[in-house]
Design a protein around this ligand. Structure first.
Ligand code: T4K
Length: 385
């Protein structure tokens, strides 16, 4: 048996900037006496990110969830929103908090993104938008979704929590749809510890979002709408400015690790690498496999448990399906038979350790472990007895 790792290997590790550089930013914050409420660091990061991502408008938030929640609010959506059951709970919880009803659409078996070909049949008179997720950093079929939305006069919002800096057909990914949310959580390729942003094109949304994230305060004496506190503070913004300096290096390191995983895993029966559609880019946010029990000889859950003995701790992103949340049990679109692909994938996915600090040797060893744990067909018969 391959010897277990000495220390635990997690699904990810945050990107840390140079400590001395961050400390220098902190000194500036200390001198300025401004800790939050649209200070200098906030203004600078907003500008730097808009430039880096080539966004017409970009607004910062205290986290990705509040960015999405308030983005949906700013668009004034009503009724039903077609979305995916295969996502982090935040996506659909943002609909709940806006009194919008999710209509769950099944997913594509290759990318695990919403299946664009199944959206149209779910549109009703109540539908106001499509909320799609670029799952694991692999882009949705943005052009197909745009055509459907144009035909039926629907808004399109992307949960782009996983697609920082990704392009589709030579354009920044937020070019597609009315609005894209980015998450800058510690576990994301680009982080501000906690944080998020909205990228959008319509000018009138800029002031609305500024108001929504700051209690609806127009000035010290006028409250013009019902908002929330969703502001990014100066320490977060300064962290982001330093992480932005190293994010390209991080992406390149992950690119190299992905190649190593691919080279080894393609030879192991029953492990499918979740990929982008032909020709589409990936953000290198997660490296995800699907475990086919018949060919691999173990279920995903058995593999997950076995990896723990080697001190390897992947994650079952995204398990459970959002459509299985108890409060959706009466929704027709949440019924298990309506979502066969999502239902199968949710039992098979495993997000493997994937972050720049992980060494080449560690990835090779993880692949060796995956090979060691593969059970040959004749062994499977004995194993299951
Ligand atoms: N939409 C989608 C599609 C999302 O995936 C997410 C968030 C959102 C929306 C919401 O965006 P935010 O509001 O979060 O900006 C993590 C993250 O908390 C969450 O941001 C992320 N998606 C989700 C996929 O993963 P957990 O509960 O799995 O995280 P946790 O704490 O178990 O961390 C995973 C591993 O990372 C740990 O085993 C060790 C490592 N880690 C983590 C942290 C926080 C570290 O080494 N250091 C750290 O500081 O949710």
């Amino acid at each position: 048996m391959i010897t277990p790792f000495e220390s635990p290997i997690f699904v990810t590790r945050p990107v840390f900037p140079d400590l001395a550089d961050y400390t220098a930013q902190l000194t500036e914050i200390w001198d300025s006496k401004q800790l939050t409420n649209n200070g200098l660091q906030h203004k600078r990061l907003e500008g730097e990110l808009a430039e880096y991502l080539a966004a017409t408008h970009l607004k910062l938030f205290s986290n990705g969830t509040l960015a999405l929640l308030l983005g949906l609010k700013a668009l004034g959506l009503k009724g039903e929103v077609i979305t995916t059951p295969f996502t982090f709970p935040a996506t659909v919880q943002c609909l709940d908090w806006n009194q919008l009803t999710p209509v769950f659409c099944d997913i594509d078996p290759v990318t695990l993104n919403i299946d664009a070909d199944k959206i149209e049949s779910l549109i009703s008179e109540q539908t106001s938008a499509i909320l799609a997720v670029h799952v694991f950093g692999n882009p949705c079929e943005v052009e197909k979704i745009e055509k459907i939305a144009d035909k039926h006069h629907l808004r399109v919002i992307y949960d782009g929590a996983h697609v920082f800096g990704t392009e589709v057909m030579g354009k920044p990914i937020h070019h597609y749809g009315d609005m894209t949310m980015y998450s800058f959580h510690a576990t994301k390729l680009f982080n501000t510890v906690e944080g998020g942003a909205l990228a959008f094109k319509e000018d009138h949304l800029a002031q609305k979002l500024d108001l929504l994230k700051n209690f609806g305060l127009l000035d010290a004496e006028q409250v013009v709408l019902s908002g929330l506190n969703a502001k990014m503070n100066e320490l977060q913004a300064a962290m982001g400015r330093e992480v932005l300096k190293v994010v390209d290096v991080e992406r390149e390191k992950r690119h190299e690790l992905k190649k190593i995983y691919e080279a080894h895993l393609n030879a192991i029966p029953g492990l499918r690498i979740v990929t982008s559609l032909e020709g589409a880019a990936s953000s290198y946010q997660y490296f995800v496999i699907e475990v086919d029990q018949d060919q691999y000889g173990r279920t995903r859950d058995e593999l997950f448990d076995a990896l723990a003995d080697y001190n390897v701790f992947p994650r079952k992103y995204f398990y459970p399906l959002c459509s299985d949340f108890s409060w959706y049990s009466r929704l027709e679109s949440a019924q298990p038979e309506k979502l066969p692909v999502a239902r199968k994938s949710v039992q098979q996915v495993l997000s493997m350790p994937f972050y720049g600090e992980l060494s080449r040797e560690a990835v090779e060893k993880i692949c060796g472990i995956l090979k060691e744990l593969h059970v040959e067909k004749k062994e499977v018969l004995n194993y299951r007895k």
